[in-house]
Ligand binder design. Structure first.
Ligand code: ADP
Length: 603
């Protein structure tokens, strides 16, 4: 792992003093204490491995761990709810390739963090959920301890790996194993169970420090086999209508320059999945995003780079891919670059699996292209490229027309037209995005220009990542964060605006407020006094939540007001919440996944 920063080295020295009981004053009188306890072993083990931030919610039995960690120079970001702390940890892992740490109390706190852990595993984000737990002896005999729960057993099926440490001398091994499990191979969520009794356990200080492990090469490169590289290249070379799909695994891999070189050298059109947007600028001429529904069924060879053929790609079959029925294979031949050898063939046949880390696979492809074809690599046939260009031009013009409209009240398009401009002017800002329509429209309207700048609901389409991701994005990057939220999605993590204000983070939350889930014009069909199940309080003043904690709240009803407020938020870096009021009739039930909702009626 990377070594700690200079700032951390200074504070780390303070932490070591605390651990050894050296309290300052006259150095001649200082008697180093001979023991180190479980609290400090955990902290030292994390620091030794370059972990500099902990996300969590303090409480029994880990309250003191958070205090001591801060005293020892770790950054401790305390949330209001563990789920948000967990989401923060997981996205910090995605952004940094270091496992994000989430710290929770036992049973209920642990369970609150578990959703984020499962989500991390599903999305291949490296994260470690560390939870305090109750007395093993009492838990195992089910004698009714405070917050009794067999946490390890419950976490195991939802995590990539799960460990428990019972003795202080095993803390080093426990944390080393957790780190390796989180980041090696396909990254994922790891659970580490630390019972309350472990923390005050003391051991000889020197032996304790020796027991800690600095993990060497935690995510080893995985070099692809040469014959697999050749097989992939042959397929690609013979393609008449090739296509590359970039997934969030490609964004995670941080092989940005080589991925760009591969795309530009081969001249193959590419489609970025949602969180791979910006890996190359969305305005790149080879981007086929604006012709997605044309290229998927028409392509003959598709190279997947860090993207799974799951529901987000219609499992590689069906009408999306040109099949006649939903089960029908479209006839494409697939090349799949993935670190997990088990991923290939999970839905349709993969003709050329390329197993390895994306950096190594892409550079092996580039080297093989240079060795065999050099500058003579055949560009895709021009009829394929011009057919795509034609569709793109048409669709871009259609979108421009829609975005130019200025209806009153605002709708998703007129509000997001502003966001699109602001992101273009601030390409380093990180865009967090969740909702149904708020997600779908933002994804297609707002271009991204740099890698790992778009963070969203991911593989599960989970609601609630908004404020946790925003906090982590600001903490990890120091860049401004723009969170585009549906009013419903915001509700899942809204209380964390207090966290945003407490840490004074440069987060600008924009709520696209249409008074309800999907839309706000539904009525109670019984005529009773209860609201319809999907409706919220009409004209709610969400911006006052931010004002309550000292941040800036803005009520925006026009694109101009929204633009001014966003510009000011980015300029001032003050926590800001903009309540962007849009037409309550704007929005489709279930957004673009209406087909997955068995009872949805299109309105
Ligand atoms: P998307 O949702 O963007 O399509 P997915 O989460 O479905 O992306 O797919 C990401 C894929 O990337 C996973 O199959 C995972 O195993 C793979 N992956 C993650 N990191 C790496 C890496 N460093 N090298 C190779 N493959 C990776």
């Amino acid at each position: 792992m990377e070594s700690v920063t200079a700032a951390h080295k200074q504070t780390a020295a303070a932490g070591t003093q605390a651990a050894t009981g050296m309290t300052g004053g006259d150095p001649a009188n200082v008697q180093p204490q001979q023991e180190i306890d479980g609290f400090h072993l955990v902290i030292e083990a994390l620091k030794l491995n370059g972990i500099d931030t902990i996300f969590g919610v303090p409480g029994i039995p880990i309250t003191d761990l958070t205090r001591k960690a801060q005293a020892a120079g770790l950054r401790v970001i305390s949330f209001r709810h563990e789920q948000n702390a967990g989401y923060a940890a997981s996205i910090a892992g995605f952004m940094t390739q270091k496992p994000g740490i989430c710290l929770t109390v036992s049973a209920p706190g642990f369970l609150n963090g578990l959703t984020a852990l499962a989500n991390a595993t599903t999305n291949c984000f490296p994260m470690i959920l560390i939870s305090g737990s109750s007395e093993r002896e009492v838990v195992d005999l089910q004698q009714g301890d405070y917050e009794e729960m067999d946490q390890l057993a419950i976490a195991r099926p939802l995590a990539k790996a799960a460990f428990r440490v019972l003795h202080a001398e095993d803390i080093g091994v426990g944390i080393a194993r957790a780190i390796r499990a989180a980041v090696s191979g396909r990254p994922g969520g790891v659970y580490l169970d630390l019972p309350a009794k472990l923390f005050p356990q003391a051991m000889d200080a020197e032996a304790g420090r020796k027991s800690l492990i600095k993990v060497v090469d935690p995510a080893p490169r995985q070099i692809p086999a040469q014959d697999a590289v050749q097989r992939a290249l042959e397929l690609l070379k013979g393609a008449r209508r090739p296509l590359i799909i970039l997934g969030k695994g490609a964004a995670y891999a941080q092989a940005d320059a080589d991925i760009r070189a591969l795309i530009e050298k081969t001249g193959i059109p590419y489609l970025p999945m949602s969180m791979a947007k910006g890996l190359l600028p969305d305005t790149h001429e080879q981007s086929a995003s604006a012709a997605r529904s044309y290229v998927l069924p028409e392509a003959d060879v598709v190279m997947l780079i860090g993207a799974r053929l799951n529901w987000l790609l219609s499992q590689g079959k069906g009408k999306t891919w040109g099949g006649k029925t939903s089960k029908d294979w479209g006839g494409q031949k697939f090349i799949q670059i993935d670190i997990s050898p088990q991923e290939a063939d999970s839905n349709v046949r993969i003709e050329a699996p390329l197993v390895g880390d994306i950096g190594s696979c892409v550079s092996a492809l580039l080297a093989a292209i240079d060795a065999t074809a050099g500058s003579k690599w055949p560009k895709p046939p021009s009829d394929w490229l011009s057919a795509i260009a034609e569709r793109k031009t048409k669709n871009v013009a259609k979108m421009a027309e829609t975005l130019a409209k200025n209806p009153s009240p605002m709708n998703f398009h007129s509000a997001l037209n502003v966001v699109r401009d602001i992101v273009r002017a601030n390409p380093d800002a990180i865009l967090v995005n969740e909702g149904a329509n708020a997600l779908d429209f933002t994804r297609s309207i707002v271009d991204m220009y740099k890698p790992r700048k778009r963070l969203d609901v991911g593989t599960w389409g989970v609601m609630g990542i908004g404020m946790g991701f925003s906090v982590a994005a600001a903490v990890v990057s120091g860049q401004p964060v723009i969170a585009i939220e549906g009013d419903s999605a915001f509700g899942f993590s809204g209380m964390e605006v207090e966290t945003i204000c407490r840490y004074n983070l440069p987060v600008c939350v924009v709520i696209l407020n249409n008074n309800g889930v999907y839309r706000g014009d539904e009525v109670n069909v019984t005529g009773g006094s209860d609201p319809a199940p999907l409706g919220f309080v009409k004209d709610a003043r969400y911006e006052k939540m931010m004002e309550a904690f000292g941040g800036v709240g803005v009520h925006a009803t026009t694109p101009d007001e929204l633009r001014r407020a966003m510009e000011e938020a980015i300029r001032s870096r003050r926590p800001t919440l903009i309540n962007a009021v849009i037409d309550e009739k704007a929005g489709t039930e279930s957004g673009r996944i209406t087909s997955l909702n068995p009872t949805a009626k299109k309105k």
